[in-house]
Design a protein around this ligand. Structure first.
Ligand SMILES: *[C@@H]1O[C@H](CO)[C@@H](O)[C@H](O)[C@H]1NC(C)=O
Ligand SMILES: *[C@@H]1O[C@H](CO)[C@@H](O)[C@H](O)[C@H]1NC(C)=O
Ligand SMILES: *[C@@H]1O[C@H](CO)[C@@H](O)[C@H](O)[C@H]1NC(C)=O
Ligand SMILES: *[C@@H]1O[C@H](CO)[C@@H](O)[C@H](O)[C@H]1NC(C)=O
Ligand SMILES: *[C@@H]1O[C@H](CO)[C@@H](O)[C@H](O)[C@H]1NC(C)=O
Ligand SMILES: *[C@@H]1O[C@H](CO)[C@@H](O)[C@H](O)[C@H]1NC(C)=O
Length: 599
């Protein structure tokens, strides 16, 4: 690593001067690549330490992404003759690979800053180049100076800048460089954990009393207060289905240092899934993700996601991915490496894997406007690549209704970050990416929208064709002029599932928890069972789900028509007949969906 020398010398003025002049490029004049306004809620406290190490991700243009997108829509459309003909890892990589010229130009630019092939790592398709450099060098490469920024409400800090440039000959061969202008704060989409007390159990009348729903489905009355695996199987019409495919797999992603505790999982299985006792899941650490199994450090989010997804799909082989990186973070002088939002680190890993699970759920999200658009597009492109390879991706839609989840009007950030400071709804990312299935939330039986269910309209992504009709129908039902200017028309969520009062085990005790964090792994559990049904018949997995859900799958979903998702000081949207930006198309009816996916 060439910069160790510079790093070592940095405290000696003479040495720094010599090193600096050797490594500085001959012409550092560049063209601005990206510039943003100061993000709301953040302040720049001082210059970043020059020897702090940044891990820069340099995105090279993906030459044929538009062709990949076309393939993706064909193989995901149940009416198309290519339905289910997923692409191989190599085929996908070829389509997103940059040109040889881009690779060479960027390599030359890196070399002009003293970086050799030895210092560089690349994504499998070579569309990302990753280098670790001190802040001082990154500033020279990008014609900028990095600051130490503090998020006022949380006290978190990050090394970032508001603007960066690239030399004129490099400009067209690089789509983006991060972390530079990214001020996102990824969070798990779960509500506070409420420990069980005696009262909660006594409230439930008799075990045997049942609720009969209009469609004839019967659910234990206790499920209205406490949601278990059995409740979900009853409500979503999957009682008696036993997975049997040997090739099917399900995955849950974990971030922000969370791991799923196996002792808690056993308590959960003993309580709700006795036949799964003693079974576990594969743990995969991505980039140094933690897994101490110390029960007092168990993660609430990770426990919720794994207990419900794996409890629904046992004995389907299950994997939990723990991806390190907790952006933003507090930089220590010299040693700490920074990272971006965590999705791309995980994407690099999973895209390099020959056989990823066919169903994967993620319960983390960012406010869309805190993620630079170029970066959101590249992460979204990564999700499209997985879809093209036959992976169904579920993401929770967010827990802030149409807003940012902050109940205090004084600190809400319902403003556009584009200099106009207009009042705006706050969509969540990655839920807003058209290549994932965003899962909103419901509550109670009969189900109604839960008020925190994240939903609305992306400010980055155009509305995909598969949802055109559904969204137009909804927009026509809105009273004229409703929320004029507060949103753009590419919409989420796609579907929903129960999202509150889930009974989990956490640090040795049981309690109730909710959030669209609960809805996403629950929905993913049923998708995995559908994949099992297909694979057991020798059919390919479902892959990217949305084109199916908005067409043939419609009759396999139960429309939710009551409730709303307030936020930003407004009543939000209403759940309506048909698709709506609160509960999407509705909640799963597994029995019906199974027939539809086997047609
Ligand atoms: C540096 O590059 C810029 C942009 O290509 C060019 O306009 C300028 O003349 C160059 N300066 C030198 C000293 O070569
Ligand atoms: C479930 O609980 C909700 C909230 O208390 C209530 O409104 C609803 O009537 C209950 N459902 C049934 C079937 O009792
Ligand atoms: C789990 O392991 C325990 C102890 O080895 C054993 O008694 C029990 O039968 C096992 N349960 C299942 C469902 O395999
Ligand atoms: C487990 O974690 C707790 C809380 O972080 C800590 O106090 C304790 O020392 C840890 N135990 C072990 C054996 O590491
Ligand atoms: C935007 O407007 C809100 C409400 O008027 C105000 O609180 C906030 O400070 C403004 N932000 C900027 C960046 O001007
Ligand atoms: C939601 O429904 C209420 C009651 O019918 C109605 O007054 C309101 O205008 C609706 N809101 C939207 C955004 O459609």
């Amino acid at each position: 690593m060439a910069y160790l020398v510079l790093h070592f010398c940095i405290t000696i003025t003479l040495c720094l001067t010599v090193g600096g002049s050797l490594l500085r490029p001959k012409n550092s004049t560049g063209i601005v690549k990206e510039s943003v306004l100061p993000p709301p809620g953040w302040v720049r406290s001082r210059d970043a330490p020059l020897d702090h190490i940044l891990e820069l991700r340099i995105g090279l243009p993906q030459l044929n992404f538009h062709i990949l997108e076309q393939h993706l829509y064909e193989i995901s459309d149940p009416e198309h003759e290519r339905y289910g003909m997923h692409l191989s890892k190599e085929e996908v990589e070829e389509l997103v690979a940059p040109s040889e010229e881009s690779i060479n130009v960027v390599d030359k630019w890196l070399a002009s800053h003293g970086l050799t092939q030895h210092d560089v790592s690349r994504s499998p398709a070579k569309d990302w180049v990753i280098v670790k450099v001190p802040v001082g060098v990154a500033g020279e490469m990008l014609g900028t100076s990095f600051g130490l920024w503090t998020h006022k409400a949380s006290g978190q800090t990050a090394v970032r800048t508001l603007k960066y440039s690239l030399p004129v000959d490099v400009h067209g061969h690089v789509e983006l460089v991060q972390p530079t202008t990214m001020f996102s704060r990824t969070t798990g989409q779960k509500t506070t954990f409420r420990w069980s007390n005696q009262q909660a159990h006594e409230d439930v009348d008799t075990e045997s009393s049942q609720i009969t729903l209009p469609n004839g489905i019967m659910v234990d009355a206790s499920c209205n207060q406490t949601v278990t695996i059995n409740c979900l199987k009853q409500l979503y019409n999957a009682v008696g289905f036993a997975p049997k495919s040997k090739q099917n797999k399900i995955g849950i992603t974990g971030y922000l240092g969370q791991f799923a505790n196996i002792a808690d999982l056993q308590l959960f299985y003993a309580d709700q899934r006795p036949d799964a006792l003693n079974s576990s899941f594969q743990f995969i650490s991505v980039n140094g993700g933690q897994n101490s199994q110390n029960i007092s450090q168990a993660g609430g989010e990770a426990n919720l996601d794994t207990q419900f997804a794996f409890g629904l799909t046992f004995p389907t082989p299950a994997t939990f991915y723990s991806t390190a990186g907790m952006p933003p973070f507090t930089p220590d002088i010299g040693t700490t490496t920074d990272s971006n939002e965590p999705y791309t680190t995980w994407l690099d890993f999973i895209l390099s894997h020959p056989n990823p699970p066919q169903t994967i759920s993620t319960s983390y999200a960012d406010d869309e406007q805190t993620v630079p658009e170029t970066f959101a597009r590249r992460a979204c492109s990564g999700f499209a690549q997985l879809g093209a390879r036959g992976v169904s991706l579920m993401f929770s839609s967010g827990d802030g209704g149409v807003g940012d989840g902050d109940p205090d009007p004084a600190t809400q950030q319902c403003f556009s970050n584009d200099g106009r400071n207009a009042t705006r709804f706050i969509p969540g990312f990655p839920a807003s990416c058209p290549f994932v299935t965003a899962v909103g939330g419901t509550i109670f039986i009969p189900e109604r929208a839960v008020s925190f269910s994240g939903g609305g309209f992306s400010n980055f992504f155009a509305r995909p064709q598969y949802q055109d009709q559904a969204v137009q129908t909804f927009l026509r039902s809105l009273p004229k002029g409703t929320y004029a200017g507060l949103f753009n028309p590419s919409a989420f969520p796609d579907v929903s599932a129960l999202a509150d009062n889930f009974k989990i085990f956490f640090r040795g005790r049981s309690g109730l928890i909710g959030g669209t964090s609960a809805a996403s792994p629950a929905f993913a559990g049923f998708v995995s069972l559908l994949n099992d049904a297909r694979l057991s018949r020798g059919l390919p997995p479902l892959g990217f789900l949305n084109p199916f859900l908005y067409s043939r799958g419609l009759t396999g979903l139960t429309d939710i028509t009551v409730g709303s998702n307030p936020g930003c000081g407004t009543p939000g949207f209403n759940a309506t007949k048909g698709w709506d930006p609160v509960t999407g198309l509705g909640t799963p009816n597994f029995g019906k969906l199974k027939e539809l996916v086997l047609l």
